[in-house]
Design a protein around this ligand. Structure first.
Ligand SMILES: NC(=O)c1ccc[n+]([C@@H]2O[C@H](COP(=O)([O-])OP(=O)(O)OC[C@H]3O[C@@H](n4cnc5c(N)ncnc54)[C@H](OP(=O)(O)O)[C@@H]3O)[C@@H](O)[C@H]2O)c1
Length: 282
């Protein structure tokens, strides 16, 4: 699900090497319609279910909280139930916005969650719905996703660079920009590993939440400067504070995620965000 989105599109591309893929876009599975979820999964009986679909409009979620909750919390619970019935693996994506952002060092999977906005609350409720069902599942929390398709910070900066001589960007929110392709490649690697004899008997034991982001950290202003360095036209980038740029949803001031569990458990490490950006723009 979500193959038209940033992560889903890259997943579709990467996963083809592992086996037969069935893409269930909104016209097949509408996550606001529980019956469409149940019917398609019962008909297909997949070995693995990947849910890259979500309500991702962070600011709009403040006024569409019911829709965000339906897509991000209720639907993942139904996916988990159906997955559990078939004893298949569910891979679901979540977000750094489940954290409040008061830390000064990377958040681990054990750290206390406290989302600041409706989007984060709905994603957290989705995690909890999956955990309540149990079975075989991986919840991969990622962050600051960008790519060459869809709606994201990279494409916005590239567009603004063509249109403006000056761009103001907040410099007091810290995170780890993560290229959607890196998420898809890491997911493919995880799946390949889980099908190896080493892990096959213990997939349930591996169930849980994993942080999956590019390494390192930065702020949006520095990220913008790094993007513009590759652009043909180089507008002036001005740092501003979050207070200078009020948005309907509050965002965590710090949401860097520790990837130690992913590395120690599954041996997977993503490149530094600057290296990933260079690869993306190469
Ligand atoms: N974007 C970020 O910065 C970010 C950060 C942290 C975590 N994440 C998480 O990463 C995952 C992937 O995010 P993304 O950035 O790739 O998302 P995205 O580009 O916004 O794509 C969202 C996808 O969800 C689908 N979708 C939305 N509502 C649906 C519905 N009712 N029924 C069926 N499909 C529906 C969309 O389909 P249509 O094309 O039909 O609308 C689209 O394919 C999500 O779980 C998100 O919460 C994202």
């Amino acid at each position: 699900m979500g193959a038209t989105g940033q992560v889903g599109w890259e997943l579709h591309r990467c996963l083809s090497s592992l086996g037969q893929i069935y893409v269930a876009n909104r016209n097949r599975i509408d996550l606001t319609k529980p019956d469409s979820i149940r019917n398609v999964i019962r008909e297909l009986k997949p070995n693995v279910i990947l849910n890259a679909a979500a309500y991702t409009a962070v600011d709009n979620a403040e006024k569409e909280s019911q829709l965000a909750h339906t897509v991000n919390a209720i639907a993942p619970g139904i996916l988990a139930e159906e997955s559990h019935r078939l004893n298949t693996l569910l891979i679901h994506y979540s977000t750094d916005y489940v954290f409040q952002g008061e830390h000064a060092s990377p958040y681990t999977e054990q750290d206390i969650v406290n989302p600041m906005g409706e989007y984060g609350k709905s994603k957290l409720a989705g995690e909890q719905a999956i955990q309540a069902v149990g079975g075989r599942y991986l919840i991969l929390r990622t962050a600051w996703v960008y790519g060459l398709r869809g709606k994201n910070f990279l494409l916005t900066m590239q567009r603004l660079a063509k249109e403006r001589s000056e761009i103001k960007v907040v410099n007091d929110q810290i995170g780890a920009p993560t290229w959607s392709r890196m998420i898809a490649q890491a997911t493919t690697q995880i799946l390949a590993q889980l099908h190896s004899p080493l892990y096959q008997d213990n997939i349930e034991g591996l169930s849980g939440i994993y942080h999956l982001t590019c390494a390192g950290q930065t702020n949006w202003y520095e990220f913008a400067k790094a993007i513009i360095a590759y652009a043909e036209k180089q507008p002036h980038i001005l740092p501003i504070t979050t207070a200078d740029y009020p948005t309907p949803a509050q965002r965590p001031a710090y949401s860097v995620l520790s990837n130690v569990k992913l590395t120690q458990t599954l041996g997977i490490t993503l490149p530094d965000w600057e290296r990933a950006l260079a690869l993306c723009l190469a």
